[in-house]
Design a protein around this ligand. Structure first.
Ligand SMILES: NC(=O)C1=CN([C@@H]2O[C@H](COP(=O)(O)OP(=O)(O)OC[C@H]3O[C@@H](n4cnc5c(N)ncnc54)[C@H](O)[C@@H]3O)[C@@H](O)[C@H]2O)[C@@H](O)CC1
Ligand SMILES: [K+]
Length: 476
């Protein structure tokens, strides 16, 4: 699991640490860690550190200070270090150290020319860190664009222009090949689109003591430990029986996709209890599906329902069984006011906005707050689907993220398959939070292992292979 902490939490931890050791010590730890990563990357790219030319894009605050101190360390190892100042202001002690080590200041015109001629081996983005505002503008934006693809770009703490805790850079940002972050990962480094701007993230410990994180992201190893592998003695009930009421005469495909998700994720049995026409399509594709009601351990409702008059009563009658249930897509507009914690809701941003009575833009601007609010209001667990997949539980402040995946899964029908996987995991006994993380992570890991535009039903056919690989990972 990887954790991320918001800017206020990090500031508070820094203050506590500074009271103990002094801020100079923290900055030196940060700069030393940064210099180690920069040197390693230079060595990897050009065989040696000495003789490299680097540019430090230097902001007015401590982020700039980190960059200058790191560059001074590199200069003492034979690197030719140059700086461009974002404003006239600069961390004065760090600047003195930089100059003493032989660092030199360059003017904008020279910097842009040399970037275009690829004369820098590395650009250190030390513009802004956790004191930064969203977006880079003017000359800084020109340099950010000029550096992209023309040098190894290493961002200090976070790429300049990203909001630390927000996830939508509406403006230009620095695009880094690597980000060296201090004390703890920041939310923007785990969530899209910031995650893509940050490149490879390296964490340098500077001795901060932090409490509960704001975000916690599953890794493939978490998926491996949580997956409910069957035992030799497992019968179909131990593996879980899923009742699926998805699809409609208008959208029979949703039923096939949802059932496919459950079947390929290893459900012990799938019962199809929805629309008759959709049911014929399902049984044709999956003869192993039982087209009648009976004993189930979890339900899936809502995918591809369209406008169904009995939506509310269907959800209420399933709720009355006391069994866990996934409500997806069209079912989400017909929820009872208060749900039991056995409910897992799987909206995308538009559906979540409707659920909260707000606009899609607002959900996208602060998905963490939106998913938390939805969990608190409904009493259910909520999985917000999208490029980054967020899971919130009622009564729990940490928002969890599924394993990050490639963009390929963003296509029609992915959500139906995902809902099916989640229902299979609920039936196997996972709590809604882990079923949501497990389903979304399985899809992401599978898409990473099989990159390319596979339609969701074909991607699902690779699930068993991913599950075997996870089991092997677990056995070591
Ligand atoms: N506080 C600490 O104990 C430590 C801080 N460290 C570094 O310090 C950074 C935070 O430093 P600061 O608080 O000085 O803040 P920054 O260096 O991130 O930003 C400096 C100032 O620039 C201004 N600014 C922000 N965005 C701007 C923009 N787009 N255009 C023009 N001006 C803008 C703001 O007034 C801000 O206070 C961290 O990200 C990290 O790199 C590290 O040295 C580790 C220790
Ligand atoms: K930065």
């Amino acid at each position: 699991m990887r954790s991320a902490y918001s800017a206020p939490a990090i500031r508070a931890a820094e203050e506590r640490a500074m009271a103990e050791v002094g801020d100079g010590v923290l900055m030196q730890r940060a700069a030393a860690g940064l210099a180690v990563v920069c040197a390693r990357r230079l060595r990897e790219r050009r065989g040696r550190v000495s003789g490299a030319r680097i540019l430090v894009v230097t902001g007015p605050g401590n982020n700039g200070g980190d960059g200058l101190y790191a560059a001074a360390r590199l200069a003492r190892r034979g690197v030719r270090a140059y700086a461009w100042l974002v404003t006239q202001q600069v961390h004065s002690a760090a600047w003195r150290a930089f100059e003493r080590a032989g660092g030199r200041r360059l003017e904008l015109g020279v910097v842009l020319r040399e970037l275009a001629a690829e004369r820098f081996d590395q650009v250190i983005d030390a513009g802004f860190g956790i004191g930064g505002r969203e977006g880079v503008f003017g000359d800084l934006a020109r340099i950010a664009r000029g550096a992209r693809g023309h040098a190894d770009v290493v961002a200090v703490d976070l790429p300049s222009g990203l909001g630390v805790d927000t996830v939508r850079p509406r403006h230009d940002v620095f695009t880094a090949d690597a980000t060296v972050t201090f004390g703890a990962r920041k939310p923007c480094l785990l969530t899209d689109p910031g995650r893509s701007a940050a490149g490879r993230v390296e964490l340098v410990e500077i001795g901060l003591e932090l409490g509960e994180p704001d975000l916690a992201q599953w890794q493939a190893s978490d998926l491996a430990t949580h997956w409910p592998y069957p035992h030799a003695s497992s019968d179909k009930y131990a593996r879980g029986v899923v009742g699926v009421d998805a699809g409609s005469a208008r959208y029979p495909g949703a039923a096939v996709l949802a059932v496919g998700g459950a079947v390929h994720a290893g459900a012990g049995m799938v019962r199809f209890i929805g629309d008759e026409q959709a049911g014929s399509a399902v049984v044709q594709r999956f003869p192993n599906v039982v087209p009648s009601s009976g004993r189930c351990q979890a339900y899936l409702l809502g995918s591809g329902w369209g406008n169904r008059p009995d939506a509310r009563t269907t959800i209420e009658s399933v709720a009355a069984t006391g069994l866990p249930v996934v409500v997806d897509a069209d079912g989400l507009q017909h929820l009872p006011d208060r749900l039991s914690p056995r409910f897992l809701l799987t909206p995308h941003a538009g559906e979540l906005a409707r659920l909260l009575g707000t606009e899609r833009d607002q959900v996208e601007a602060d998905p963490v707050a939106a998913v938390r609010t939805a969990a608190e209001r409904t009493g259910a667990t909520v999985l917000l689907k999208g490029a980054t997949q967020y899971v919130a539980e009622a009564g729990e402040s940490v928002v969890r993220l599924a394993v990050g995946g490639p963009a390929w899964t963003a296509q029609a029908g992915s959500g139906d398959t995902l809902a099916g996987v989640c229902a299979a995991l609920l039936a196997a006994g996972l709590r809604p939070r882990d079923a949501a993380l497990g389903g979304a992570s399985l899809q992401a890991v599978t898409a990473t292992r099989h990159p390319g535009p596979f339609p969701p039903q074909e991607l699902a056919e690779f699930f068993p292979e991913t599950i075997s690989a996870l089991e092997e990972l677990l056995r070591g």
